[in-house]
Structures are given as C-alpha cells and as structure tokens.
Design a protein around this ligand. Structure first.
Ligand code: BDR
Ligand code: CA
Length: 310
C-alpha cells in the first residue's frame, strides 16, 4: 500500500475525495491536514473531523493548518459549497468523538514524512498554503514525498475568474512556490479534466443508496444548485476526488510533462495557471499535467469505491 496524506478544505468534493481514500485498499491514509479555502479554517477543520467520524476513521489524525494565504488576503470564500462548506448539512454528520490533533498541519506533515519508511503521496486539494510552508521550512523532507497530486488550475480558463481556478487563486504565491520553485515530482489535475469527469444525478443516486454514501450525497444540494444555476444541469464536478483517484491508481489519468507558471500579478489573470506547451524551455521544474482519461472509467472507479463504504 502507498502511504497517503490529504491536505484539504472540505468542501463537498473534498468530502467525496476523503471518502474515496478511505474506501481504497491501495493506499493507507496516514493523516489529514486542513487549510482555509472553501470556507474558513475553523469550519474546514470541523468538517474534516465530522467526515472522519462518518467514515469510521477517527484513528487518522486531523491537524489544522493555515487560516489565510501566505502574502495577500483571499478576496472571498467559495460561493459554491453553501454556508458551512457542506451545503448547510455539516450538522447531519456524526459528532466527532475525538478532537483535532494538537500539532499544527506542518508539524504533522513533518512527523508523518519523517516516520515514513516509503515515499508518501501527498494530495493537496485546497489552497497550497500548508504545502508551501512545509517545503519552505523543511526542504530536507522533499525526498520523502514520492509525489504531489494537486487538484488546481485551469489550462483553458478558470472557475472563480475567467483565468483562475479556485485553489490557485486562493493563494497564488503559495501555488507558485509549490508548482514552479520546488523540485518535487508533481501531478496537476486541472479543472479542464475534472469538469469532463463530472457526474450526473443518476450517478449520485447510486452512491446515495446506502451506507456513508447516503450521508455524502446529503451534503450536495447547494453545490449541485450552483451547477443547476450556471449550466441548467443536475450533477456536479468531483474535482478533488479525481485527484485522489489518480493517487490511488497511478496512471488512471493521462499526463503530459510541461513547465508551468502561476500568475501572481494583480490583474485579470491573478492566480491563473500558465502551461508552457513549447517544445523547448529552460525551466527546470516540469509538472505532469493531467490532460485526458477514460472518463467513464474514472466515474465508474469512484462509484465502485464509494458504494463499498458501510
Ligand atoms: C477546487 O475548488 C474548491 O472549491 C473545490 O473543493 C476544489 O478543490 C475546484 O476548483
Ligand atoms: Ca477542495
């Protein structure tokens, strides 16, 4: 099994991503770290604790991390995930019986990486603030990270502004540090592909028939409403769960290796991802950008796993 750590800001699709990790025997979930993002840090942390209780994994430590971006303030929270980050239904999840870890997110990441006897896959599915802080503070731990599988960015455009995707836009300086400056093997799962893997009402109905899946689907109304409003379609993107699917099953997504940049200037493209598709470049760090997949296979894989949850 591959050891796995998820850095998250739950978030409806984060909830599906955590559930997929718990339901996947190929990985061993070592820990969960939380970050501000879809909602504030206090709520993302509470949501992670409740999701951990729902999934019967209160043994997995949850540590809280950054409550804001590294340099500049986040202009606003997400509008897609409802008032509490889980469509207003966080209270329907079980009360946690154990609390948040006393270590902060960077300390937990450090200790888990130090103790690991195999390279760890780290899956950031929120703003990249905790990961930038970790790599800045503890560069010697980089070889312990087998791969970062990041959900973020958009090649063709964004979802929060015309150019920027939410996770990169929420902390562009942190994203730039991780995606451009740090020499760690990185797979980037952008909205271009996660949109194409979106699931419809029938898929959600199947997940919601029994077990923890029923509670998960109960968290989706506001999130689905945002798709209904913008697209006139009943369904939702599973963004973060697609990144976890790739972490669980390396190669599920097809990737192409490109240098990337993150626009940190204050203008209409702030937080935007720039993928350099030229054949020649001097830039050392290159990122494996997920560009394609068998979309039905991705949806079927996630469905299959989520319906095994008791
Ligand atoms: C990303 O932004 C958040 O709203 C989602 O949880 C996901 O991580 C998609 O752009
Ligand atoms: Ca997220």
């Amino acid at each position: 099994t591959t050891p796995l750590i998820i850095d998250t800001d739950p978030g409806v699709d984060d909830a599906f991503a955590l559930a997929l990790a718990v339901a996947s025997p190929e990985v061993e979930l070592l820990g969960v770290t939380t970050v501000f993002g879809n909602v504030g840090l206090e709520r993302t942390t509470q949501n992670a604790l409740r999701l951990r209780a729902l999934l019967g994994r209160e043994d997995v430590p949850v540590a809280a991390g950054a409550d804001r971006p590294l340099v500049h303030p986040q202009p606003h929270l997400s509008t897609a995930h409802g008032s509490d980050g889980l469509s207003g239904f966080a209270h329907t999840l079980p009360e946690p019986t154990t609390g948040v870890d006393e270590r902060d997110a960077v300390s937990l990441l450090r200790e888990l990486l130090e103790a690991a006897d195999r390279p760890v896959t780290v899956v950031p599915i929120g703003p990249l603030t905790n990961i930038a802080a970790l790599l800045a503070a503890h560069p010697r731990l980089k070889p312990k990270i087998g791969r970062l599988v990041i959900m973020g960015g958009g090649i063709g455009g964004g979802n929060v502004t015309a150019r920027a995707e939410f996770n990169l836009w929420s902390d562009p300086e942190a994203a730039r540090r991780v995606l451009v400056e740090e020499d760690v093997p990185t797979t980037l799962v952008t909205v271009d592909l996660t949109w194409r893997c979106a699931v419809d009402g029938a898929w959600l109905e199947r997940v919601g028939r029994a077990g923890a899946g029923r509670a998960l689907v109960g968290l989706t109304p506001d999130y689905r409403e945002s798709y209904r409003r913008s697209l006139g379609w009943d369904g939702m993107a599973l963004h973060d769960a697609v990144a976890v699917a790739e972490a669980v099953r390396p190669g599920l997504l097809r990737t192409t290796r490109y240098p990337v940049e993150v626009d940190c200037a204050f203008g209409p493209s702030r937080g935007g991802l720039v993928v350099d598709q030229r054949l020649t470049t001097d830039q050392a760090k290159k990122v494996d950008v997920a560009t394609d997949a068998d979309l039905d296979e991705v949806r079927a894989f996630i469905l299959d796993r989520l319906t095994t949850l008791s």
